[in-house]
Structures are given as structure tokens and as C-alpha cells.
Design a protein around this ligand. Structure first.
Ligand SMILES: *[C@@H]1O[C@H](CO)[C@@H](O)[C@H](O)[C@H]1NC(C)=O
Ligand SMILES: *[C@@H]1O[C@H](CO)[C@@H](O)[C@H](O)[C@H]1NC(C)=O
Ligand SMILES: *[C@@H]1O[C@H](CO)[C@@H](O)[C@H](O)[C@H]1NC(C)=O
Ligand SMILES: *[C@@H]1O[C@H](CO)[C@@H](O)[C@H](O)[C@H]1NC(C)=O
Length: 502
């Protein structure tokens, strides 16, 4: 059995069937609205569409059928033209039914997929606006129950995924790379070096990571994310969960203190709440074995590794998560990334993405500007044509005072400049000489003229495209060079000037 057949046959979870009937005969309906699929597998997303065969006394012909996940500025990006999906998508259509087949699924394919068709009627285009939510998941082994013995652990294991796979799936279990059994769970004794993994039956190539079986009652701290980027002046939440054995050495465990620290001095952990640098700016919000450190009015000096510690009534029953969470407080430092369609020349688009070197939270809203006027509110913005008079930049909503650099048409870094000397030919002492620097660049380049002296010292001469030596002397002989620079880069060229004496 091929992986494709297995995936489309087994891995798709059909949650609901929508039938949205438009009153005038235009309609798109999806077979299922939520699909959970395992990374690496192939998924089929299917819809049917209807349209009136005649409309305003004209026959209707369908022109285009395609699927998209991104739409802005009236442009729907056909997935087949998106380099991210290159070679992995097909749109299989027949009898008013279309199936989007995505193979070799990646986690980044998790998105809402929508179908659109266009006809030759003037208002005859329709998007199935509900769409189909695809979640791509990895499998992982979860310990459901465990009992710890001296040399082994008895445990019941389950194969888990981050979205709900169909209940009827069967799983295959591996211990130390050997297939052990099939079934929804795996119960047995495990030694400390045993590594266990699982896979959906039929998709054995896409196994979970192998893991050591650990008793679930261990002491531990785990952080939701280990690196967080946040803006100066904003508020950040740093989360962790902690576990401890509820009974240990014949004693029930009670948690006494929970706190966050960045400094340790001779086994003393400085609770952040007592640090004058953080005075009035930190809170520790706890409940259900989870704690959140909230730091408000962030300063650049708050960039540090934050660790969580808890203490209990047990002798030596204190624990901290040594990995910690690295917080980086910066300006947004946005960049505009440009991506163009490659697959299909008839459907061209340019995608501008508002990008930060910092990993930013998903919930942020963005603002796109065309010639300083707001035009879009997504992380990306699409253009059919980039017109020479247009410029674009982006910002994060609420952080408009940190805009990205402006992108101009056709947004090229300066070409190596050409330098010229006028008049040409021999240069005699006392004559007037013009040095001219020019370069094709967009945005227009700024020029600087320099002279390099024998001892490698550099002297800045002028910030104009032209540098004039009005009455040249023999000591002016030497190497001159100019640089052309804009936001996108810098290049330079040089010229040797020799002045001959009378
Ligand atoms: C659409 O195309 C069909 C077939 O070519 C034609 O008969 C019909 O008149 C067209 N409809 C419109 C609105 O142009
Ligand atoms: C931290 O926890 C809060 C509340 O529990 C939640 O709203 C927030 O999304 C979490 N942040 C991260 C980065 O996981
Ligand atoms: C914080 O962000 C800045 C700018 O993005 C980067 O240069 C720096 O390396 C980052 N620091 C850490 C600790 O990640
Ligand atoms: C140098 O440039 C100026 C204008 O910038 C021009 O008037 C002058 O004729 C030029 N001289 C030579 C020698 O080309």
C-alpha cells in the first residue's frame, strides 16, 4: 500500500460536513472543514462547486479553479505558484469537484485552505470562505501511567499528536528500533536506556522521535518557549510548568515557594521581586502547577536568562529549571522581505513580508503603507505589479514609530559606480579638473568622494556626485575613490590622478 493511499484513506479526520447553499446557485462546499494529518504524509482536501449555467441570459464557462491560503490587496495566491509548495501540490478537478493534494506535509503547511473559481460572467467569481483547516502534527510518545522500580519502570504509553487524529487509527510501537506491537497503547516494563517510538500503521516511515521512558512523577520544570523576543516598553509573559512527586519518602509534598531569578550568589537565588531594577515591574502569577512571570515596561537591560525555582517541605525538595528562558528586548528592527512567484508565469505576484530578526508573537497586527498611506493589515502584502512611482514599508500596529526601511522600485543596491575625469587626457598643474561618480541604484545612491594618501590614510573630500579640483597641484596626485550607498547596499570605484608639472 502506498503512503499516499494510506494517508488519504486513514489519516483524515472528518469532523463536519458543511453545505452552504447560496440562494442564487453559486456555491462552494467542502467535504470536511477540519483535517488533522501526520507530518510527511499526503492529504487530500476536497470541495464541490456549483454555478448557474446561465446568468443574465449568458452561458457560464469556468475559467480558473485554484486553492489559496494567502490573500491581500485583492490577490489570491494560487498555491501552485507558491515556491513553498513547489512540486508538492496538485489540483485535481472533474465534475464540479476539486481535490487539492499536498504531499510530503510539513508543519508549516498548517493553515486554512480555501477554494476559488472564476467564470466568464462579470461578477462570477466565488471563494468558499469557510475554508478547510489543516493541522499537520508530529507524533510523540506520552507516558499515561507509570510506576518506578529500582531498575525499571512499568508504564502505559500512548501515541499522541497535537491535533485529533481519527479514533480508528492503529499504531505501531517500536522499542530500540525493533517493532514490538500494534495497538492504541503500549504497556510494559522499560529499562533506563530503552528508547520507544510510535507511528500510525500504514505510515511507518513517519515515526515519532525515540524517547526514554521516564516516570511521570519526577521533579521537573519545563518552559513553554526557551527564547522570547519582546519590544522595549512592552509587557512579556514567561511561562513554565513544574512537576513534583505528590508523595515522597512517606511524606506528602506541599509547595512552599515559587519564584523567578536571574542571579545566583553562593547558592542564594535572588527572587526577581526583590530586585530594585525590577521594582514595580514584575509579577509571578501561579495556578495549577503553572507559573507566569510578567515583566512590564521592558528595558533593554532586562535581556537575560530567566529561571524558575520552587521549594517544598521535602528535605532537599527544591528544584529549578536550569535551561531557563532567554529574553531579548529590542526595537522591532523590521525588514521587508520580497518573494516572487516562480512556478507559473501567467499568475505573477510579488509578496512583501514584514519580517523581524526577532521571533515575534503570532497575534501581532501589521500595517502596510503604499507611499505612506496605509493599505493592508496582514504580515504580508501582495502586488500584481510594482509600479516605479510606488514605495512600500511596514510597521507593527502600535509600534509605528519603528517602521521598516522603505522599499522602492525596483529596489536594487547600487551598481559599482563609474568614475570619470573631465577634461580627459593629461592633467597639467593649475588646471581645473572635475571628478564625477555615478551609479544606478534605487533608492538613489548617496555619493562620497575620498582620497587615499600614500600612508593608507583616507581623507573624506565631498558628499556630492561631482568633486572639483579648481586649481590642481602636483601634490593632488594620488588615488581617488567614490562610494555609492543606499539602504540596500554600498559599492565603490577608484581612479588614479597624476598631475604633470609645467
Ligand atoms: C461565456 O463563454 C461561453 C462559451 O464561450 C459563451 O457562450 C458565453 O456567452 C460567455 N458568457 C459571457 C458572459 O461572456
Ligand atoms: C503564557 O501563559 C499565558 C496565560 O497562561 C498565555 O496567555 C500565554 O499565551 C502564554 N505565553 C506563551 C509564550 O506560551
Ligand atoms: C537579541 O537581538 C539582537 C537583534 O536582533 C541580536 O543581535 C542579539 O544577538 C540577540 N541576543 C540574543 C541573546 O539573542
Ligand atoms: C566641471 O563641472 C562644472 C559644473 O559642475 C562645469 O561648469 C565645468 O565646465 C566642468 N569643468 C570641466 C573641465 O569639465
Amino acid at each position: 500500500m502506498s503512503v499516499t493511499a494510506a494517508a488519504s484513506g486513514f489519516v483524515v479526520l472528518l469532523l463536519t460536513v458543511t453545505v452552504v447553499q447560496c440562494e442564487n446557485g453559486w456555491d462552494v462546499s467542502y467535504t470536511s472543514t477540519e483535517i488533522c494529518a501526520v507530518r510527511g504524509s499526503t492529504v487530500d482536501i476536497t470541495c464541490t462547486y456549483t454555478y448557474p449555467s446561465t446568468f443574465n441570459n449568458h452561458d457560464t464557462t469556468v475559467q480558473e479553479t485554484f486553492w489559496f491560503i494567502k490573500e491581500s490587496n485583492g490577490i489570491h495566491v494560487d498555491l501552485r505558484t507558491d515556491p513553498e509548495y513547489s512540486g508538492r501540490v496538485e489540483n485535481l478537478c472533474g465534475n464540479n469537484k476539486c481535490t487539492l493534494r499536498i504531499s510530503n506535509l510539513r508543519e508549516s503547511d498548517s493553515a486554512v485552505y480555501k477554494f476559488r473559481f472564476t467564470t466568464n460572467q462579470t461578477t462570477g467569481s466565488l471563494t468558499g470562505s469557510a475554508g478547510v483547516t489543516l493541522s499537520v502534527t508530529d507524533l510523540h510518545v506520552q507516558v499515561r501511567e507509570s510506576v518506578k522500580y529500582d531498575y525499571s519502570i512499568w508504564a502505559e504509553l500512548r501515541c499522541q499528536s497535537s491535533c485529533r487524529l481519527p479514533d480508528h487509527l492503529n499504531y505501531v510501537w517500536y522499542k530500540n528500533q525493533q517493532k514490538m506491537k500494534e495497538g492504541a497503547s503500549y504497556t510494559g516494563y522499560f529499562y533506563s536506556e530503552d528508547r520507544v517510538s510510535c507511528a500510525v500503521k500504514g505510515l511507518e516511515d513517519f515515526r515519532s522521535a525515540s524517547m526514554l521512558v521516564r516516570s511521570q512523577i519526577d521533579w521537573g520544570v519545563s518552559y513553554t518557549s526557551t527564547e522570547i523576543c519582546a519590544f522595549r516598553g512592552s509587557t512579556v509573559d514567561i511561562n513554565c510548568t513544574y512537576t513534583y512527586p505528590s508523595r515522597w519518602n512517606h511524606l506528602d509534598t506541599t509547595v512552599q515557594e515559587t519564584f523567578w531569578f536571574i542571579k545566583v550568589r553562593e547558592q542564594i537565588y535572588d527572587d526577581l521581586r526583590t530586585d530594585p531594577e525590577y521594582s514595580g515591574r514584575v509579577e509571578n502569577l501561579c495556578g495549577n502547577n503553572k507559573c507566569t512571570l510578567r515583566i512590564s515596561n521592558l528595558r533593554e537591560s532586562d535581556s537575560a536568562v530567566y529561571k524558575f525555582r520552587f521549594t517544598t517541605n521535602q528535605p532537599r525538595g527544591s528544584f529549578f529549571g536550569s535551561a531557563g528562558v532567554t529574553l531579548n528586548v529590542t526595537d522591532p528592527q523590521l525588514q521587508v522581505h520580497v518573494r516572487r512567484s516562480t512556478a507559473n508565469p501567467s499568475s505573477t505576484w510579488t509578496e512583501l513580508t514584514c519580517h523581524s530578526r526577532c521571533q515575534l508573537p503570532d497575534h501581532l497586527s501589521y500595517v502596510w503603507y503604499n507611499n505612506n498611506k496605509p493599505v493592508g493589515r496582514k504580515k504580508y502584502f501582495h502586488l500584481r505589479h510594482f509600479n516605479p512611482e510606488d514605495s512600500y514599508h511596514c510597521a507593527i500596529e502600535g509600534q509605528e514609530r519603528f517602521p521598516s526601511p522603505t522599499l522602492y522600485y525596483p529596489s536594487d543596491a547600487p551598481k559599482p559606480p563609474s568614475v570619470s575625469v573631465s577634461p580627459s587626457g593629461e592633467i597639467r598643474e593649475g588646471s581645473s579638473v572635475n571628478l564625477t561618480c555615478s551609479s544606478d541604484a534605487n533608492p538613489a545612491a548617496k555619493y562620497t568622494w575620498y582620497k587615499r594618501s600614500g600612508d593608507k590614510q583616507v581623507q573624506r573630500l565631498s558628499e556630492e556626485t561631482q568633486f572639483v579640483l579648481s586649481s590642481i597641484r602636483s601634490s593632488d596626485s594620488g588615488e581617488y575613490y567614490c562610494t555609492a550607498e543606499n539602504e540596500l547596499g554600498r559599492s565603490s570605484a577608484n581612479i588614479l590622478i597624476t598631475v604633470t608639472c609645467e
